[in-house]
Design a protein around this ligand. Structure first.
Ligand code: ADP
Ligand code: MG
Length: 636
């Protein structure tokens, strides 16, 4: 991008402009968070510089103390937040403060309801980062110089539509943000108000946050500096010295999220390896949870110095909802990215952290099952990824899983399931699909329902993958109810099964046998087999997978995802010999004049079974024609 000596005028990106408009026109409450956001950015900037300077010592003058200074200008009605962190160059400035929507902004926009009042409240919850300062400002200026570069830049905007950039002067690296308050927001010039906001929201920041003031004494201006925060990294303090509010504020700062933590894990580990962890499990799913990157969000510190938020081996991908920090005493301060890869020490820490998280989850699951159900609804689908990628922890993870089932409205564990299996039942039955309600009415589970055999309803895409890897729980194999080889006859009815319905009499065995042969002949390659079913009670037909074939839902899902190489194995069509229609058809096999009708019905029933599965019929035109023929015959 060309760097201009003259002022450049640039437009905000559309998304940013939308947020700014809301911030300026609708945010009435909770405006004070603008200061939290600016201090948080200043603190991040100092952390980044401190880390870079470990390897590039020329970025920072020796002896420099990194910190944040606030000062008030009564005359100009402005508050300045100044840091000596990493700073920004020309292009970074344009990118970061105007043309690219940051994480917070995107999340905020995604959750907009369209109702201005509600949306304005949301800003407070999400914090829209830098832009929140326009809720109190008529103008904002940023003078910034990137560490290691010579040229400083002045960014300025009144919030509406555009911003300007021009060359500027600045002594050291870092950024100075000046907020010019509009007439309704002069309260933020008051020292007491500022002190109070910093104490409330930013006390956990480990850098000093100073207030610079000048007072007149006997005609002379006297400058003084006063530190507003306690300035020690929050995780170095004892648990009893930290309030819940302070934990929460740190969570917001470190996680760039704005809900309440569902679980807070603060531990100091001493012994062979020494580290402190302050980890959080959020109470609501972050917007980027299902990003294919699967990056975890735990930051690594070494002896209080921020090292990286990108240490891949610190936390498994299936725990990417966890936020927070780990501070190691053993790693060297000048640890490089390469050194961190496959580092034994990092490996040990990861193992211990995972174990700790599991044990806390287990505790919640037993002691507070309702709270655990919330957690499970938010993050269960992510945790289950561990079932296929973390072999060592598979058993523990299986204990943590929860399921919906045909017999239960509450979530149940596998232990619950196995504990109440019917006599003669050797397998854990499940059905997979897109939503539990549809699954509950699947024809394949009719027979299970009428016998009181519980079936797990699995609706996360990840289920297909772990099921094929895991195989069993407590020696009980998992079995899809849509697989062909299930012998329901061997399983006893449970005591609390539905009242046994008066079972309609089945058609004559010999007639059914003839019907099966006729259907098989007519359908040919389109089916693997046609069989009488013992799993149907109400429906006339259903499809099941042939022995050894891929589960129906899995095959469909892989196809939808564009896996063309999924074998399109023909399925088995099962028919219900107690169903009125089937009984009627089975009586027609010897009547030569009905041959064509039977052939027609074979195709119609196969298409019907496909439709129930949520699949498309093979040939819609032929299907309509056959249906019309059958209907016409019925009426005439
Ligand atoms: P976030 O902090 O969530 O990334 P913000 O809107 O608060 O989003 O800030 C946008 C970006 O602007 C930051 O990611 C950072 O790159 C840059 N930035 C903001 N303030 C500063 C600062 N004081 N020093 C250096 N960079 C900054
Ligand atoms: Mg920020």
């Amino acid at each position: 991008m060309a760097k201009a000596k003259t002022e450049e005028k640039l437009e905000f990106q559309a998304e940013v402009a939308k947020v700014l408009d809301l911030v300026i026109h609708s945010l009435y409450s909770n405006k004070e968070i603008f200061l939290r956001e600016l201090i948080s950015n200043a603190s991040d900037a100092c952390d980044k510089l401190r880390y870079l300077s470990l390897t590039e010592s020329n970025l920072i003058d020796p002896g420099t103390e990194l910190g944040i200074t606030l000062s008030v200008n009564e005359k100009a009605k402005s508050l300045t937040i100044s840091d000596n962190g990493i700073g920004m160059n020309h292009d970074e400035l344009i990118e970061n403060l105007g043309t690219i929507a940051r994480s917070g902004t995107t999340a905020f926009l995604e959750s907009l309801s369209g109702d201005e009042k509600k949306d304005a409240d949301l800003i407070g919850q999400f914090g829209v980062g830098f832009y929140s300062c326009f809720s109190v400002a008529k103008k904002v200026e940023v003078i910034t110089k990137r560490a290691g570069e010579d040229q400083a830049w002045l960014w300025a905007s009144e919030g509406a539509g555009s911003f300007t950039i021009v060359e500027a002067e600045r002594d050291t690296q870092g950024s100075t943000v000046t907020v010019y308050f509009d007439k309704d927001n002069k309260e933020y010039l008051e020292e007491a108000r500022i002190r109070n906001i910093v104490k409330t929201y930013s006390d956990h920041i480990s850098l000093p946050i100073n207030l610079a003031t000048t007072t007149e004494k006997e005609g002379k201006e006297e400058a003084s500096i006063d530190q507003l925060n306690s300035g020690s990294a929050i995780w170095t303090r004892g648990k009893s010295d930290i309030t819940e509010e302070q934990y929460k504020e740190f969570y917001h700062h470190v996680g760039h999220v704005f809900d309440d933590p569902w679980l807070t894990l603060h531990n100091r580990v001493e012994g062979k390896i020494e580290y402190t962890n302050l980890l959080y499990v959020p109470s609501s799913p972050p917007f980027d949870l299902m990003n294919p990157e699967r990056k975890h969000k735990v930051k690594l510190y070494v002896k209080r110095v921020f090292i990286t938020d990108d240490c891949e081996d610190l936390m498994p991908g299936y725990l990417r909802f966890v936020r927070g920090i780990v501070d190691s005493e053993d790693l060297p301060l000048n640890v490089s990215r390469e050194m961190l890869q496959h580092n034994v020490l990092v490996g040990h820490i990861k193992k211990a952290l995972v174990k700790r998280i599991f044990s806390e989850l287990k505790k919640k699951a037993t002691k507070k099952p309702e709270e655990y159900a919330n957690f499970w609804n938010n993050f269960g689908a992510v945790l289950k990824e561990g079932l296929y990628e973390d072999h060592d922890n598979r058993d523990t993870l299986l204990e943590l899983t929860r399921f919906n089932s045909t017999l239960n409205d509450d979530l149940l564990s596998l232990e619950d399931y196995v504990g109440r299996m019917n006599n003669g039942q050797e397998e854990i039955f499940y059905i997979t699909g897109d939503d539990a309600q549809t699954l509950k009415t699947s024809p394949q589970i009719e027979g299970f329902k009428s016998k009181g055999v519980e079936v797990l309803l699995l609706t996360d895409p990840v289920d297909e993958f772990w099921l094929s890897m895991v195989g069993q729980f407590n020696e009980k194999p998992f079995k899809s109810v849509t697989s062909g080889d299930i012998d329901l006859g061997a399983i006893k009815r449970s005591d609390d099964a539905e009242e046994e319905k008066e079972k309609p009499e089945a058609a004559d065995d010999a007639d059914i046998a003839k019907l099966l042969i006729a259907f098989k002949e007519e359908l040919g390659e389109a089916v693997k087999d046609v069989r009488a079913s013992d799993r149907l009670t109400d429906s006339a037909v259903c499809l099941v997978a042939g022995e050894g074939d891929m589960d129906l839902h899995l095959a469909r899902m892989l196809k939808q995802q564009g896996h063309m190489d999924v074998p399109s194995s023909a399925r088995v069509l099962e028919i219900n010999s107690t169903h009125a229609l089937i009984k009627k058809l089975s009586g027609l096999t010897d009547d030569l004049t009905k041959k064509e009708d039977l052939q027609n019905m074979a195709h119609l029933l196969l298409d019907q079974a496909r439709i129930i599965e949520g699949e498309a019929v093979a040939d819609p035109a032929a299907f309509s024609k056959r249906l019309n023929t059958a209907l016409a015959k019925g009426l005439v």
